[in-house]
Design a protein around this ligand. Structure first.
Ligand SMILES: Cc1cc2nc3c(=O)[nH]c(=O)nc-3n(C[C@H](O)[C@H](O)[C@H](O)COP(=O)(O)O)c2cc1C
Length: 173
């Protein structure tokens, strides 16, 4: 087997995809919720898995998959064991990026922001194991969120939400 032949022959971006979603929401959380439910109901397995990128103490990037456990109108929440590498990294530098790829939808959501250890979880306790087990819960507050969608006719469209002076602004890229 020649892996490069296999890579060259691997199909990508095979639709059909949902029609272009032109709606601009007041905030990215509402947009995310709509896309999430659509992905869940339309054949994307485990749409709650996301790549979490952090920065090591040597200022190099690191990433891994974690599960999105809860959301409210300002943050996304994930959990991890107390003695994990990412806990050390986040103590050192709270900057993070999150990435969701929902293949069947041809959609990607990218977030940049900060993740802080939180115990303010009573409003989402039903969703979090940290409410009953010895886990760290992290509150990820995004400052930028990009919604990418592949188009059936080829190409793609991207909508970027940016938090500016406490207000979400959005622009097509
Ligand atoms: C589908 C999937 C879901 C995962 N969910 C979590 C999770 O919610 N929390 C977590 O700490 N690790 C989760 N992991 C394991 C992480 O990817 C990672 O291997 C582990 O947390 C150690 O990372 P660290 O050394 O950077 O702390 C998941 C892995 C996979 C493949």
């Amino acid at each position: 087997m020649d892996i490069n032949e296999v890579l060259k022959a691997t199909e990508i971006m095979t639709g059909p995809f949902p029609e272009l979603d032109k709606k601009e929401h007041n905030n990215p959380f509402s947009h995310f919720s709509q896309w999430y439910v659509h992905a869940l109901k339309n054949g994307t397995a485990e749409p709650n898995s996301m790549v979490l990128s952090t920065i090591t103490q040597n200022n190099t990037p690191d990433s891994r998959v974690v599960l999105l456990k809860a959301m409210d109108d300002e943050a996304l929440y994930f959990e991890t064991g107390r003695f994990r590498e990412k806990v050390i990294q986040l103590t050192h530098n709270s900057s993070v990026a999150l990435n969701f790829y929902w293949r069947e939808q041809g959609r990607q959501v990218r977030l940049k922001g900060t993740a802080e250890l939180t115990t303010d979880i009573s409003h989402i306790a039903d969703n979090l194991d940290a409410a009953v087990r010895d886990l760290n819960a992290y509150k990820t507050v995004p400052l930028e969120v990009e919604f990418y969608q592949a188009l059936n006719e080829g190409g793609y469209a991207r909508l970027l939400y940016k938090l500016t002076d406490g207000k979400w602004e959005c622009n097509w890229l």
